[in-house]
Design a protein. Structure first.
Length: 366
């Protein structure tokens, strides 16, 4: 799958939303207006956008491999190798670093207690944190609930594709699941929010079979529509009547609509020239930014506690953003990318050993 720069821009939007939502840790509630704004918006819904993107991209990688009818075991193994080497090393690293800070760099108490954080770290590393959130836990691992869900999706999705073999059947199955998900108890619906991932999968299937119409509108109208949806994603929950949310998954539909606009490849998603390079940088490093930002926000609080001159909202914010950007770049260049390339190489070896007729290049699409 050729990399889609507009999906990277959506990743940048998603991580910007999540980081803004968590920025209240830096202000320490010193600005009542900002607190009121946070209470009436849901910037944490950037995660929903990540889910829709993931559903589409993983489908575009895996479904063609499954549908070739080659050795299923080798296909599964290649896919899981790529996913594990992409997700797990960074997750383990950034589950461990907050634990170290909790023990040795925690005079402010920002990193919580070791008693609460150890089971939370274990749940994060072993990918059941989205279920662990049912019980009290340390906030420093909150970002791992979505990663746990994605890892569970990666484990189960190949089996679903093998069990349901035709595109039409897959679409029908996914389309009938959402009323069931909406009927789940509210606590379980929050723990297993599969619908936005499913929408991303449905978009790919419909696109693959040419069932999804191309959007034929001029670029200015497409850009305006994308900007409207981006603004609506965090703001609409406060203004759409609750009764609507009970029956229509509004926010996942908004997120999936942005993915639909991005796959048109018509430069509908924030095509402004001055934004392209920053958005590409943020989008390609969004995974690292997602894992790194909150522990570093807490680290900035700890630094402010130890150095009174830095204990202002401005300095905490500057320190947090700079350290997050620097560490994200370091991790991307020297940790994420080498391990991901090794995973792709290992996946290609599985391809050559198990299915000699398969081109190794095809396994690098993910």
């Amino acid at each position: 799958m050729q990399r889609n720069e507009e999906l990277d821009r959506l990743r940048a939007v998603a991580i910007a939303m999540v980081m803004f939502r968590h920025s209240d840790a830096l202000t320490l509630h010193q600005f009542p207006i900002l607190d009121l704004f946070m209470q009436n918006t849901m910037f944490n819904l950037g995660v929903i956008l990540f889910f829709s993107i993931s559903g589409y991209v993983i489908s575009a990688t895996l479904i063609p491999e499954i549908d070739t009818g080659e050795d299923i075991r080798a296909t599964f193994l290649r896919f899981w190798i790529r996913r594990i080497t992409r997700i797990s090393p960074m997750a383990v690293l950034w589950a461990g670093i907050p634990l170290a800070c909790c023990v040795w760099f925690n005079s402010s108490g920002a990193f919580g207690s070791i008693e609460k954080n150890i089971p939370a770290a274990v749940a994060s590393i072993f990918n059941y944190f989205n279920f662990y959130t049912i019980t009290p836990h340390g906030d420093i691992y909150g970002v791992f609930w979505s990663l746990s869900l994605e890892e569970q999706f990666y484990l189960a999705f190949p089996f679903l594709l093998v069990a349901v073999k035709t595109s039409r059947s897959r679409l029908i199955l996914l389309a009938t699941i959402w009323p069931i998900l909406l009927a789940l108890p509210s606590w379980l619906g929050a723990v297993i929010p599969l619908f936005p991932i499913g929408l991303g999968v449905m978009i790919y299937i419909a696109e693959k079979e040419a069932w999804l119409p191309k959007l034929r509108i001029g670029m200015p109208y497409g850009v305006a529509l994308a900007c409207f949806l981006i603004i609506a994603l965090p703001l609409a929950p406060a203004y759409v009547p609750r009764v609507v949310h009970e029956f229509i998954p509004v926010m996942p539909i908004v997120a999936a609509s942005l993915v639909y606009l991005a796959i048109q490849r018509q430069q509908y998603i924030l095509p402004f020239s001055a934004w392209r390079i920053p958005l590409r940088w943020i989008g390609t490093r969004s995974y690292g930014l997602y894992l790194i930002h909150y522990p570093i926000f807490l680290l900035a609080i700890e630094i402010g506690q130890r150095f009174p001159l830095a204990n202002t909202t401005t300095w905490r914010s500057v320190i947090a953003l700079l350290l997050t950007a620097i560490l994200a770049e370091i991790c991307f260049r020297f940790f994420e990318t080498p391990i991901r390339n090794w995973g792709r190489s290992l996946s290609a070896q599985v391809a050559s050993e198990k299915t000699p007729t398969t081109s190794p290049a095809s396994s690098k699409a993910a």
